[in-house]
Design a protein around this ligand. Structure first.
Ligand SMILES: Cc1cc2nc3c(=O)[nH]c(=O)nc-3n(C[C@H](O)[C@H](O)[C@H](O)COP(=O)(O)OP(=O)(O)OC[C@H]3O[C@@H](n4cnc5c(N)ncnc54)[C@H](O)[C@@H]3O)c2cc1C
Length: 389
């Protein structure tokens, strides 16, 4: 029988590696079981390969969760300054511009490499190609079983198996069954930070057009963001759409405000002035020509109606493109069954959760990797406290 570990971590992604760094600095007997051939594969692909690992504006309002207060404790204990210090401790220095923070090299792989090297250097075991398919607790000991028949045993078990988004990185959602095996509830799952499918009639002819806009989404909850909107043949994409996508991934409505920096009355005055010109379209030079033509055709010279359609372009959302292209999962292990101050299961003593596996999802901009950091750090603290009490 494999020697009993002190802590076994299922999932060698951002949260699993961060927890392993903290745990292996303080104790022997830490093992990470990772399903893929390498740890930190998704992390290495984040932020378009640049690794937007945190944000200087971390605060609970950037997160959604079944229990609204759940993320607060971890985020206040492990805030931006703690993240910056943690990354500095493994040789990763962050960019200084306010908001999104990246490693100075703008290479996400530098972060996953540094985490992995630190874990290995500290003597923890990284076991790859190890797909954990079953876990149980008996006589105070956790036993986990890999698909190839290997069995591992440990005093404490940390589930950091991620969500359902990005199956190509090892996260296809099957690992939630491990939590269910311990009677944990998994809330409904939705793709988030993802392209949206909308009614296509209103956007015919707009494929490929990118505009700056403010986007309001009304669906499971209300959300608002400003940034790029890109029209596609199936719907809309772009940073502003990504940011609100979780709200309407299961259907809802988008209200797109083009030219958000120009107030309605000012826009009306501009259009009146332009309408005096005896040539060209009224919206030429104001919005993309194709969008202008479509909007003008609909209102037939009514400038007030034209202002309204620029300021409130409504689109019915029929769904999201899907989990494979989504960056995160909304929904997950029910946080009412997990202690927010320790990340320990309220159902099974010695079982902990961290990262996207939990029903917590953050805004675009480094908030999700920060959640992986904060929740993994709290879990590691609590495990160490229990091991050495
Ligand atoms: C393309 C892309 C870009 C992104 N960019 C950003 C960004 O710039 N900033 C940001 O904040 N967030 C970003 N995210 C989201 C962020 O990557 C995730 O929220 C974060 O990685 C979650 O960390 P995690 O450790 O909980 O899960 P993951 O990093 O997904 O790690 C989970 C690990 O568990 C392993 N695993 C799963 N099941 C098992 C099993 N049964 N046995 C063993 N191992 C298992 C998986 O193989 C995986 O390695 C991005 C996501 C994607 C897909």
């Amino acid at each position: 029988m494999e020697k009993k570990k002190k802590v076994l971590i299922v999932g060698g992604g951002a949260a699993g590696l961060i927890a392993a760094v903290r745990l292996s600095a303080a104790t022997e007997g830490v093992m990470v079981a990772e399903r893929g051939a390498r740890c930190g594969r998704k992390l290495a692909a984040t932020g378009n390969g640049q690794g937007n690992v945190t944000n200087s504006f971390i605060s609970p309002e950037h997160y959604r969760c079944g229990e609204a207060d759940f993320p607060s404790h971890a985020l206040s204990r492990y805030d931006y300054a703690e993240a910056e210090a943690f990354y500095r401790g493994i040789g990763i220095y962050l960019t200084k511009e306010e908001g999104k923070r990246y490693p100075l090299s703008l290479q996400a792989s530098a972060v996953s490499d540094a985490l992995r090297l630190k874990v290995e250097f500290s003597g923890a075991e990284l076991v790859t190609d190890c797909n954990i398919v079953r876990a149980e607790k008996s006589a105070g000991v956790f036993s986990v079983y890999a698909a190839d028949g290997r069995a591992f045993h440990a005093e404490k078990l940390l589930f950091a198996f991620g969500g359902k988004a990005g199956a190509q990185f090892g996260t296809d959602g099957t690992a939630y069954a491990l939590a269910k095996g311990f009677s944990h509830t998994v809330t409904p799952l939705y793709p988030s930070l993802v392209q949206l499918k909308t009614e296509t009639e209103r956007i015919r002819g707009l494929k490929g057009i990118r505009m700056s806009a403010r986007v309001k989404a009304r669906g499971r909850y209300d959300a608002e963001s400003e940034g790029d909107v890109i029209f596609t043949d199936y719907g809309v994409s772009g940073s502003a759409v990504f940011a609100v996508s979780g709200a309407v991934a299961a259907g809802g409505e988008l209200e797109i405000e083009f030219l958000p920096e120009i107030k309605k009355e000012e826009l009306y005055a501009i259009l009146r002035e332009k309408s005096d010109l005896p040539y060209g379209g009224i919206l030429d030079g104001i919005v993309h020509k194709q969008l202008g033509r479509i909007l003008e055709r609909k209102v037939k010279g009514d400038l007030r109606a034209l202002v309204s359609s620029l300021k409130s372009f409504r689109l019915k959302v029929v769904g999201a493109i899907g989990f494979d292209t989504a960056q995160v999962t909304a929904g997950g292990v029910c946080t009412a069954e997990v202690d927010a101050r320790t990340m320990e299961s309220k159902l099974i003593k010695g079982l902990y959760f961290a990262g996207e596996a939990l029903d917590v999802d953050g805004d675009c901009g480094g908030y999700n990797l920060h959640w992986a950091f904060a929740s993994a750090s709290i879990a590691a603290d609590s495990i160490l406290k229990e091991l050495f009490k």
